[in-house]
Design a protein around this ligand. Sequence first.
Ligand SMILES: [Zn+2]
Ligand SMILES: [Zn+2]
Length: 276
Amino acid sequence: MQKFLTDVHTHSTFSFDGVDTLDTMLKTAHEKGVAFYGVAEHFNYDSCEAYVKELPQDIDQDGYFHKGRHLQDDYAGCMNVLIGAEFGFTFDEKAIKRYLEVYEKYRPDFVVNSIHNKDGWDYYTKKPYYTADGTLKDKKQAYGEYLQLVKQSLDAPYPYDIVAHIGYCIRYAPYDDVSITLAEFGAEIDEILKGIIQRDKILEVNSGYYGGLCLPTEEILRRYYVLGGRKLSFASDAHDAGRILDKREEIVDVLKKIGFTYIIVPCRGEHIKVEL
Ligand SMILES: [Zn+2]
Ligand SMILES: [Zn+2]
């Protein structure tokens, strides 16, 4: 096992919210010395129509995979570029069919499975924190619903490798104390972590969170380790070139302190171990 810089799960302007082009992202990643660079553009077919009307979320699938595969070839020998996808989990059958079609047609190098939405509404819109009549749910209910979705997403009917940014619900939470702790949600979190381990999936450590070091939190990462979880991926979830590898060193220090010795890079079904 060798030491390499990895950043698996990033975006470019192929995603509706990406800032820099794929060319710029790859050029910067290469300059920063990244050895394994994974692109996981948003396939947000879980967004409800109402939300789609507010934000254009449809990705140019052909354009992305065509360009991505070309750039992958261009960088061959100097940087391992992985052309992946981020699927927003949903129970909607039409959306699931689209994910399966994307998988069959383009064979992404890896798939990130994410909960962004509840009932088609991104937590970003804050709607999942409120009941239909506009009453604010208490944290126990709102986070409980989110964690239930994460648990259900583990049995997604499409192939995936990575369970992304657990704790996403805290990013936009309208509570004085937004923390998601084992004291409050230990049973739900344990079920998810055990589910990841049993299914041989990879738990993502996502540095794209400003209320703390990463998602999931250090407490949850520690619990994963105690339960026997060893497969982690590192993701800046960068939407602009400046954030590639963001907070990686700090996060690696924390992971080593917990006991982790390697990080995983998923590529076409293979789990490549890279020393931390
Ligand atoms: Zn995401
Ligand atoms: Zn993402």
